[in-house]
Design a protein around this ligand. Structure first.
Ligand SMILES: C[S@@+](CC[C@H](N)C(=O)[O-])C[C@H]1O[C@@H](n2cnc3c(N)ncnc32)[C@H](O)[C@@H]1O
Length: 310
């Protein structure tokens, strides 16, 4: 596994390169990708006048949803490492239409606290598993919450329950230039929190308590348009930058290749049903700076999918 500095600069470079695709598909991502964050949004149940942090807010869709829930007397603050995405978020959701909304360009791992802290709650959709140093990032989240403040987030489980992700990348890759480094071991990547024990350890070391990790299976419903769906999934995945750099003929072949492997998720005339296996993560910010050796272990409730199947 690479050292922390290498992982951090690799992460920053990846998201700088990925931003154009995420911006291009931002409306689609908000609409079709909503189920990826819905369990955490429901769990968080943002209330009027609350101050809420959105970690890895991307192009701002979930921050806007939080802003609508907390209203003009509250605050919804999105943080993201990709400058172009933060700029897009500000343009898509201006403060005159979304009072209380703010976006900050920052690496969550290197902040002491997020501007606007303390927050009543923190939300994150599909970001925590991508952090180069997840303990550092989750420690910033904990420090940015008021004591007793709550966290609700979603991350992917493992690849076997998210098969469309491989389909889009593998179908497109033969027609494109080199892909970015793919993660090994516990390096940041979609499945770096496949093991819930690791996720629990990260959150606990970051000083969060009452950790719960619950499996959620959701479905993303996409329209019956093979070209559009293939392009969206290529562009928001690891092959996105290589796709945009490819000549038009290569792009068309990449879309066709991805569409072939995505066909198993297609119901002709109806659309695509893309199954996603998530962990819903909840936790509370401890009152003290960090759990002390004498305070005993934090309360951790753990549910593995196999237990749910019984
Ligand atoms: C998979 S995308 C999810 C974006 C958004 N939450 C959504 O669901 O549409 C992950 C996001 O996390 C951001 N990100 C990655 N590492 C970060 C870090 N260290 N600090 C802040 N944002 C980060 C990326 O720029 C990207 O926008």
């Amino acid at each position: 596994m690479a050292d922390a500095a290498t992982l951090r600069s690799r992460n920053a470079d990846f998201w700088t390169g990925a931003a154009a695709g995420w911006i291009r598909h931002a409306d689609r991502q908000d609409e079709i990708g909503r189920p990826l964050g819905a369990p955490a949004m429901d769990q968080l149940a943002p209330r009027p006048a609350e101050r809420i942090l959105d970690v890895g807010c991307g192009c701002g869709g979930t921050t806007a949803e939080l802003a609508a829930a907390v209203g003009g007397t509250g605050a919804a603050v999105g943080v993201d490492i990709a400058e172009a995405m933060v700029t897009a978020a500000r343009q898509r959701f201006p403060t005159d239409r979304y009072p209380g909304i703010q976006f900050h360009l920052a690496d969550i791992e290197t902040l002491d606290v997020v501007p606007g802290a303390p927050f009543d709650a923190a939300f994150s959709r599909m970001t925590l598993m991508l952090l180069a140093d997840p303990v550092a990032g989750c420690t910033t989240i904990r420090r940015s919450l008021r004591p007793g403040g709550r966290l609700a987030a979603t991350v992917f489980r493992d690849g076997s329950v998210n098969p469309w992700l491989f389909a889009a990348m593998l179908g497109a890759a033969p027609y494109l230039g080199p892909l970015p480094h793919l993660p090994v071991d516990e390096e940041p990547g979609p499945f770096s929190f496949a093991d819930p024990a690791r996720l629990t350890r990260v959150l606990t070391v970051a000083g969060l308590t009452a950790v719960t990790i619950t499996p959620c299976d959701v479905t993303m419903n996409a329209p019956d348009d093979a070209d559009v769906v293939a392009e969206w999934l290529i562009e928001v995945g690891p092959a996105g930058a290589a796709y945009r750099a490819a000549p038009l003929a290569g792009q068309a072949s990449a879309r066709a290749g991805a569409a072939r492997l995505l066909d198993r998720f297609r119901e002709p005339g109806v659309g695509y049903r893309l199954p996603a296996g998530l962990w819903l993560v909840t936790a509370i910010a401890a009152a003290a700076e960090a759990p002390s050796a004498t305070a005993g272990p934090p309360a951790i409730r753990h549910r593995h999918p196999r237990q749910d199947e019984n």
